[in-house]
Design a protein around this ligand. Structure first.
Ligand SMILES: C[S@@+](CC[C@H](N)C(=O)[O-])C[C@H]1O[C@@H](n2cnc3c(N)ncnc32)[C@H](O)[C@@H]1O
Length: 367
């Protein structure tokens, strides 16, 4: 209950879970953009009541149910957080004309202490001012970057302009108890995939051999090694900077010997030395994963295994179409799909375009 009688209580939907599931539930609700950060999480006996912005959709409920064994949805009265800092809008209110205030970015990505924003052309002349505003509001930010190109090329990186703070954009990003050293100007990394890294890592079973075909700086591989005692993960990437950071991250997270970094093209590496050894293959290269399905099948043990497949898809039936495409490709590669374990939309990457994840159990029989 509110200690201050002048702070009104706000009624809101919430998810009620046992305290030991609280951290995990908060992560999932954050990833689903459901959590209401304006309201304070409440504690009653051995339960946490986590405020949410709206009743979850059926699809969101499915995702929560998959990870959280027991929870309730109920309504509770919550205390509202006092606003600690000004919003960017409030900060710039008297410095920008009103029509430009409406164009300010609505989201900021934080990779460690680097803030990344996208600015429309109209705000070009104000980018330094906006960068400085972000640094004043978020005291831990040491550089503000503005996206200046789409993600392109084999290494899947984009250009950025530093509009405020330090030109040194190497940083340490923390997620799910792991630390990743990286420079977003040299390697791919997205903080928006944090739950996906966790979702896949938590499915791995003790004793497995995993191949992370497009490993980047290691957010799947290192988390798997952290969460499981007896696993071997071959982490491949073609970008020498990514593998350089991966090697450092393996040491920093103390998973030497469990994660084996390999620089090279995933297909060539698998054909050369990883044939028929994997229980599980991760294919997080959504633009091109379909072209590497044959290599993933070749990497799986003859007895079968699981493929975590990603693609970018547009249209009305994204999951159905992605499922058909991958089933057909696996069949062309000479293996049979035993079953589709799950299909989910990971995130929207552009208007009407989504990243989807399909988990596939591949059969043992080779045709
Ligand atoms: C979308 S990023 C994913 C990185 C990482 N899995 C993550 O979640 O942050 C794809 C990565 O695949 C790498 N890549 C692209 N083509 C490759 C290939 N043929 N073989 C190995 N790695 C490749 C890129 O350098 C990039 O780091």
């Amino acid at each position: 209950m509110s200690k201050d009688p002048y702070i009104p209580l706000i009624e809101s939907y919430c998810i009620k879970v046992e305290k030991n599931l609280g951290e995990k539930t908060i992560r999932i609700l954050t990833d689903l953009s459901l959590i209401d950060r304006d309201l304070k999480v409440a504690k009653i006996d051995r339960y946490l009541l986590i405020p949410i912005k709206e009743e979850p959709s059926n699809e969101q409920l499915d995702i929560i149910k998959r990870e959280i064994p027991a929870f309730d949805i109920c309504i509770h009265s919550f205390q509202r957080y006092m606003k600690p800092v000004k919003s960017i809008l409030e900060f710039l209110e008297d410095k920008l004309p009103p029509h430009l205030l409406a164009c300010l970015p609505r989201s900021i990505d934080f990779i460690g202490d680097v803030a990344i924003i996208e600015l429309p052309e109209e705000l070009e002349n104000y980018k330094t001012l906006i960068g400085e505003a972000i640094m004043s509001i978020f005291k831990r930010v040491k550089s503000v970057l503005v996206k200046s190109s789409p993600i392109t090329g084999v290494y899947r990186i984009r250009s950025y302009e530093v509009v405020a703070g330090s030109e040194n954009t190497e940083t340490i990003h923390r997620e799910y108890g792991c630390s990743y050293l990286l420079d977003p100007r040299k390697v791919y990394f997205s903080p928006r995939l944090s739950y996906e890294h966790y979702r896949v890592a938590s499915q791995v079973v003790e004793g497995e051999t995993v191949i992370d075909m497009f490993a980047g700086v290691g957010p799947f591989s290192i988390l798997i090694a952290k969460l499981h005692r007896n696993v071997t993960i071959y982490a491949i990437d073609i970008n020498p900077d990514a593998v350089g950071y991966l090697e450092k991250n393996i040491r920093m997270n103390r998973v030497e010997g469990k994660v084996i970094p390999i620089l090279g093209d995933a297909r060539e590496v698998i054909q050369g030395k990883l044939h028929g050894i994997a229980d599980r293959v991760i294919m997080n290269l959504p633009e091109k994963a379909i072209e590497y399905i044959d290599a993933a099948c070749y990497a799986l043990k003859p007895s079968g295994g699981i493929i975590h497949y990603y693609e970018f898809t547009s249209g009305s039936y994204v999951l159905e179409e992605a499922r058909s495409r991958v089933i057909e490709s696996i069949s062309k590669a000479g293996r049979i799909v035993d079953k589709i374990l799950s299909s989910r939309i990971v995130r929207e990457v552009a208007p009407y375009r989504w990243q989807v994840a399909i988990d596939i159990m591949v059969d043992g029989c080779i045709r």
